[in-house]
Design a protein around this ligand. Structure first.
Ligand code: NAD
Length: 295
């Protein structure tokens, strides 16, 4: 049994926290009181602040929207940095900005607290079942120490490099997954306009070289069932690929295809669709052309 603090109980964090409550001593915090109550009802202790949570925990886990929020929880008023105990580990499960992660790790080190970046993939269903994939940056020895906890959340844990490397890889993953998703939606919309059956088009893509996670999972399991609720919002995907683009600019690596995928999401954001599910991108594209790929 480990003393674990969990901050950020949203779509992903709420599900991960619930898994950890079983068999561990968990203290939780979220600014959203309803979400906090849900895990307290399952046996977690309630923290009044990240500081109080950190003072109680050997392992501090966070699943927050973005690096601005992660920094505010670490450095802000009653933040982790004020409460953390020497020897503790901070694990950022969010999809955060690598440079911010490296800065946080340096500051925590001054308090003798280590850090891992451990962003995840595969969505809310995998968070629920503990079958996430996880890409970890940081010290190998620290990862070994944290593995018993991380294995409650993820079945595939990759050590991908030093601190920040996990967050870099997560941006790369979402660059690829958003691109495959958007380009598949474009193809299906075009096919529908040309009179082809969208499901048949998808089946053939799946059996051919156009196959991807989008054709294998997102369209058959969600879109074609008219279920546009995967638990991942447009604004979070927009954040991930915008961050990736910004990073690529700094590295002087052109991303002509990635840039245009970001613009697709920016259009949705400007229409006020940020809080809608990522899968609603299909609905937005259907509307533009005046066809339906959903049955
Ligand atoms: P979410 O918006 O559902 O949850 C975020 C939670 O953080 C909310 O409960 C919110 O109240 C809480 N929060 C916000 N500010 C806070 C603060 N200052 N202090 C404490 N709590 C605060 O987001 P999510 O979908 O669970 O995603 C979390 C992270 O995981 C994001 O970085 C996202 O990009 C990433 N991610 C999401 C998915 C997915 O399928 N949803 C998959 C992989 C990675």
């Amino acid at each position: 049994s480990y003393k674990i603090g969990f901050i950020g109980l949203g779509q992903m964090g709420g599900r991960m926290c619930k898994r950890l409550i079983e068999g561990n001593d968990v203290i939780a915090f979220d600014v959203n009181k309803n979400r906090l109550k849900q895990v307290v009802d399952l046996g977690a202790k309630e923290a009044k602040s990240p500081k109080e949570l950190a003072a109680y925990s050997d392992f501090i886990l966070a699943s927050l929207p973005d690096s601005n929020v992660v920094e505010s929880v670490v450095f802000g008023q009653d933040g982790i940095i004020e409460g953390c105990q020497s020897g503790a580990v901070f694990i950022d499960l969010s999809s955060s900005r690598p440079a911010s992660t490296q800065k946080i790790a340096l500051e925590l080190k001054k308090k003798n607290v280590s850090m891992l970046d451990a962003p995840v993939s595969r969505g809310v269903a995998a968070a629920e079942k503990g079958t996430l994939s996880m890409m970890v940056g940081g010290d190998a020895a620290v990862l070994e120490k944290c593995k018993p906890i991380l294995q409650i959340l993820a079945t595939d844990i990759y050590h991908v490099g030093d601190i920040g490397a996990g967050h870099i890889l997560k941006m790369l993953n979402n660059l690829v997954s958003s691109t495959c998703f958007i380009i598949t939606a474009e193809a299906l919309v075009l096919g529908a306009k040309a009179g082809l059956d969208p499901k048949l088009v998808n089946d053939v893509l799946n059996a051919s070289s156009g196959r991807s996670y989008a054709t294998e999972k997102r369209f058959p399991d969600y879109v074609f069932k008219n279920n546009l609720n995967s638990g991942f919002s447009i604004k979070l995907m927009h954040k991930d690929i915008s961050m990736c683009l910004e990073f690529a600019q700094q590295m002087l690596v052109p991303l002509p295809v990635g840039s245009s995928v970001v613009q697709t999401y920016t259009t949705a954001m400007s229409q006020g669709r940020g809080d809608d599910d990522n899968l609603c991108m299909v609905e937005i594209m259907e509307k533009i052309v005046g066809v339906k790929v959903r049955t």
